[in-house]
Write a protein that binds this ligand. Structure first.
Ligand code: FAD
Length: 510
């Protein structure tokens, strides 16, 4: 340990995937120049490379780092994402699967009452909840994106969005920016981690370059968790009681029609999990997240390839990725902060992992330690990480608990998995009323609107899960709601007309 308040003057990031390069480059852009930043990356261990869908905070982060838009769109084959389409996750009362969307758009209030209450009371004819107030699903069908070439004619000029990006190209671009700004880049394998007599990491032993003393270490070594787990021995909290999926397979495929580019991620329910589709500019990233208790890799491959049909290139074989689902008990231990997969991973259903890295870096800047690595600083950081993991886990578990498919054992089993007491309490409450702001408290990503979108999207109140008539005290006028629906349909049509074709807009942005 070091004397009181001796400042950290060097940060060593181990690992050069999305976590490592986002951390090194963001920190280099924000930290005082006297703090040296080094990134050590193995030339032999590949990155996981499949995290390609983000959430709406990513545009903010890129802007803050001063990343040039044009370069980002061109180099990362970036496309827009307006939300996530869930396909076939639930079935209607006749057993027919249907789709719903988790949109990046909050519902409006009608005379101070949230639209969800009206929708629940009166429905919206053939339109679903999101369509009752938002043009997002219509924009997807029309191949449009959140931007318009002529914002003056657009009734919704400020639409929320995130990005789809090529993971490999993104890390490479961040690396170039980081190195140009002064990150020291070391290509070598870390073969050993040396602890001092207080249990802090004192040095890393590099295969070619030998011993390298360190101060603050950021472990971004992926599922391996080289420093936090292997060297510091922090216990892993397994989430397998909560979430069944523990394997994935990934296969990039070409666009069937290069002119059609949906501006959303989709997640399609398959026999023992779900398949993602992330449409980038130049290709589609697809994969299957599944449960090894319900499918062998071979059987999962058959599910997945049948789902892709002739969209899969001839002879292409998906790459299997084992996933460790859960988290380190603490994200920050001694002088090591784990970011990315080394800190933990909850399945990628809502594309939260890169966002969690992004948040972790921000918390570290707020709770920057001295070389005493004070307990209170670490505890404050770890509380943020706890809240984030709990938030994401509850939200993901909700999707399975409220699934109503009965066609395979997997979906029946997934419904019966453990949920936290907090989620159990919420669901008990929400059987009788829609989620309200006070239920959730401070949310990083998923506020009560997103919970409402899942409940109403899954049509749980129509399909026997909750009370058909919810508790509510406010008087709702059906006439007022019908007028709202008419206005909203007209506005949605005008928005669809005004928005730019996704492919064309990307061509311009590149
Ligand atoms: P990795 O990419 O595994 O990188 C590890 C790095 O550590 C590599 O550079 C490697 O060389 C280095 N390394 C390892 N050992 C050593 C050593 N001994 N010495 C030196 N270096 C070493 N996230 C999202 O936000 N959205 C998504 O849509 C999404 N989809 C996903 C789908 C799947 C199936 C999976 C598994 C994950 C997904 N993720 C997603 C998560 C996302 O991919 C990761 O959070 C992100 O890529 C960060 O990975 P990482 O940098 O922590 O680890």
């Amino acid at each position: 340990m070091h004397s009181m308040a001796e400042p950290v003057t060097s940060i060593t990031v181990v690992g050069g995937g999305t976590a490592g390069w986002l951390a090194a480059t963001y920190l280099r852009s924000k930290c005082a120049p006297k703090i040296a930043i080094t990134l050590i990356e193995s030339p032999n261990v590949p990155t996981v490379g499949v995290g390609e869908a983000t959430v709406p905070h990513m545009p903010v982060t890129l802007r803050e780092m001063g990343i040039d838009d044009k370069e980002f769109f061109r180099r990362c084959n970036t496309s827009f994402k307006m939300g996530v389409m869930f396909r076939g996750w639930n079935v209607d009362h006749k057993g027919r699967p249907f789709d719903y969307m988790n949109p990046f758009a909050p519902p409006p209030k009608i005379d101070g009452v949230e639209a969800g209450h009206y929708f629940q009371a009166f429905g919206a004819g053939r339109r679903d909840y999101i369509q009752s107030f938002s043009p997002l699903m219509d924009l997807l069908d029309a191949g449009k994106c959140p931007l318009s070439f002529n914002a003056k004619n657009d009734p919704m000029p400020r639409a929320g969005y995130a990005y789809h990006l090529d993971a490999g190209a993104f890390a490479k671009m961040l690396a170039e920016v980081g190195v140009a700004r002064g990150v020291e880049h070391v290509l070598d394998d870390v073969d050993g981690v040396e602890l001092d007599d207080t249990g802090h990491v004192a040095a890393l032993n590099l295969r070619a370059l030998g011993r390298r003393p360190v101060q603050l270490v950021i472990d971004c070594t992926g599922f391996k968790g080289l420093v936090i787990r292997e060297a510091l021995g922090e216990p892993f909290e397994n989430y397998s009681d909560y979430l069944a999926n523990d394997r994935a397979m990934a296969l990039p495929i070409p666009h069937a029609d290069p002119e059609v580019l949906p501006a959303a991620t989709s997640s399609t329910a398959l026999g023992a999990g779900w398949s993602w589709s992330v449409p980038l500019y130049h290709r589609i990233g697809t994969g299957y997240v599944y449960s090894s208790a319900h499918r062998t890799d071979d059987a999962a491959r058959d599910d997945f390839m049948a789902h892709l049909g002739d969209r899969a290139p001839k002879g292409a074989e998906p790459r299997v990725i084992p996933m460790r689902i859960g988290r380190m008990r603490r994200a920050w231990v001694k002088n090591c902060v784990a970011l990315g997969l080394s800190g933990g991973f909850i399945e990628p259903l809502e594309s939260t992992a890169i966002h969690m890295i992004d948040m972790g870096i921000r918390w570290l800047l707020q709770y920057f330690p001295s070389r005493d690595y004070e307990e209170s600083t670490r505890a404050a950081y770890n509380r943020c990480a706890d809240e984030m993991y709990n938030e994401v886990r509850d939200f993901i578990c909700l999707h399975y608990r409220l699934g109503n498919r009965t066609d395979t054992d997997y979906w029946c089993d997934a419904r019966g998995l453990k949920i936290t007491d907090r989620l159990e309490g919420w669901l008990d409450l929400w059987q009788r009323q829609l989620p309200v702001e006070m239920d959730i408290g401070r949310a990083n990503l998923f506020d009560h609107n997103t919970f409402q979108a899942v409940l109403l999207g899954k049509r749980v109140y129509e399909n026997g899960w909750g009370a058909a008539r919810l508790n509510r005290s406010f008087a709702l006028s059906e006439k007022r709601w019908k007028a709202f629906l008419r206005d909203s349909a007209a506005r949605n049509m005008a928005v669809v007309k005004a928005k730019a074709d996704h492919r064309r807009a990307l061509r311009v942005l590149r």
